[in-house]
Design a protein around this ligand. Structure first.
Ligand code: UGA
Length: 425
């Protein structure tokens, strides 16, 4: 079994480290954040990801997983070095590689001959080649091995992936990296660095485009009286189209789709290619977020500045505590700008929000709706499907429901007494 260093104990690094240790490897995960390492050494996972705390605890007991402060302390004894560092967006959509480059500089002096540096962070096309040039060609090899982990489902996505993508300039290095995954039953796709990097960006941009398409059709359904749930079921049965990523919603968000779509568009521009389809996808998602906020504003106009909106769901989707580029926050910002009073409830968010300091975060969905003129459901947590909506309707000042995830049936809600608006239904 291999000796592995994982640089970065964020969501991707920690999942990667714990899963590789679960597969039998000896893994050291490093981070420069002392509090984070202290937490992990004390058995605390510093974010919400279902099953990860249990997995970390189990593999830590086998001594195959440990946590250290500082990348060199992990890399000095390892053969494989996974880079799992943040690659956020710059204002122009390009990728900020400063954390990533700092990590490489940190480990460069301790890398042993014949080591493999594996890039898991999402980076623009051309990055692996530049890293190889920076590290030199004398016995240290760079391999691109993008992650396809979806928050809330990360462990399953790692251990039962739809595919493993490995890009390098030599089959020999790719095969050494493929060997790390030999206990996983999945197709291994080997390619060049550039193709592996483009596969990652293309996957996220394609899914974002698919969702924008569905959200546009949902709007057309509203105008024409068709029903998006029927339309997506009708096309999803066609295996060429497929039924995943077909749920109309408030607009897509999260730490990956917005940043990766913008980065791919920027990569295309840097090569002189105007990727109009992708640029429009990004713009249309912003328009869709506007449209979602407009639904609430039109149903409950705030002309006298006395309207109160209750929001269920703050994270960018169910199953996570991640608020980055959350459509919920985007929609609520648009309401805050119109001086609505806003109360919110989310199963994983309990603190006041930096992005929305004026909104009141409550402890229960029922407390949240007191005196509300409208309830907007923004994420698809199971908890929101199991509430007594008759009690909810009676507790509100006015029973207006904007269900941006189509969790409830329009006819049933109207029977209870709600004025109901869904997405494309
Ligand atoms: C996404 C990809 O799905 C992962 O494969 C990828 O590895 C990851 O980015 C990454 O690059 O690290 P994630 O950001 O966790 O994963 O989010 P998704 O579950 O894909 O959802 C993205 C957005 O689309 C959310 O706002 C979600 O609510 C929305 N969505 C998704 C819909 O509105 N409808 C759907 O049917 C599916």
């Amino acid at each position: 079994m291999a000796k592995i260093a994982v640089i970065g104990a964020g969501y991707v690094g920690l999942t990667t480290g714990a899963c590789l240790a679960h597969l039998g490897h000896h893994v050291t995960v490093a981070d420069n954040d002392k509090n984070r390492i202290d937490d992990l050494q004390a058995g605390r996972v510093p974010f919400y990801e279902p099953g990860l705390d249990e997995l970390v605890s189990n593999v830590t007991k086998t001594n195959r997983l440990r946590f250290v402060l500082g990348a060199t302390n992990a890399s000095k004894d390892a053969e494989f070095h996974f880079l799992c560092l943040p690659t956020p967006a710059n204002n122009d959509g390009s990728t900020d590689l400063s954390f990533f480059e700092a990590g490489i500089s940190e480990i460069a002096s301790v890398l042993q001959p014949n080591s493999i540096v594996i890039n898991k962070s999402t980076v623009p096309l051309g990055t692996a080649k530049k890293v190889q040039e920076a590290l030199g060609t004398d016995g240290i090899f760079v391999v691109s091995n993008p992650e396809f982990l979806s928050e809330g489902n990360a462990i399953k996505d790692f251990l039962e992936p739809s595919r493993i993508v490995i890009g390098s300039c030599s089959t020999e290095y790719s095969e050494r990296v493929a060997g790390l995954y030999s206990n996983i039953d999945a197709p291994v796709l080997m390619s060049s660095w550039e193709s592996a990097e483009l596969i990652k960006h293309t996957a996220n941009a394609y899914l974002a485009m698919k969702l924008t398409f569905v959200n546009e059709i949902a709007t057309l359904c509203e105008i024409t009286g068709a029903n998006i749930e029927d339309v997506t079921a009708g096309i999803g049965h066609d295996p060429r189209i497929g039924s995943d990523y077909m749920k109309a919603g408030p607009g897509w968000g999260g730490s990956c789709f917005p940043k990766d779509s913008a980065s791919l568009a920027q990569v295309a521009r840097s090569f002189g290619f105007d990727f109009t389809l992708l640029e429009h996808t990004i713009d249309l998602n912003q328009k869709h977020l506007d449209r979602t906020a407009d639904k609430i504003k039109q149903l409950v106009p705030n002309n006298s500045k006395d309207k109160r909106v209750a929001a269920w769901g703050l994270t960018f989707k169910a199953g996570t505590d991640d608020l980055r580029y959350s459509p919920s926050i985007e929609v609520l910002k648009r309401l805050e700008a119109q001086e609505y009073e806003i109360s919110a409830y989310d199963p994983t968010v309990k603190d006041t929000l930096m992005q929305l300091p004026l909104i009141e975060v409550t402890d229960s969905p029922y407390e949240c709706i007191n005196d509300a003129d409208a309830l907007v459901i923004l994420t698809e947590w199971d908890e929101f499907k199991q509430l007594d909506m008759e009690v909810v309707a009676q507790s509100m000042r006015s029973a207006n429901l904007i269900d941006t995830r189509n969790l409830y049936d329009k006819n049933e809600m109207e029977k209870i007494g709600f004025t109901y608006l869904g997405m494309g239904v």
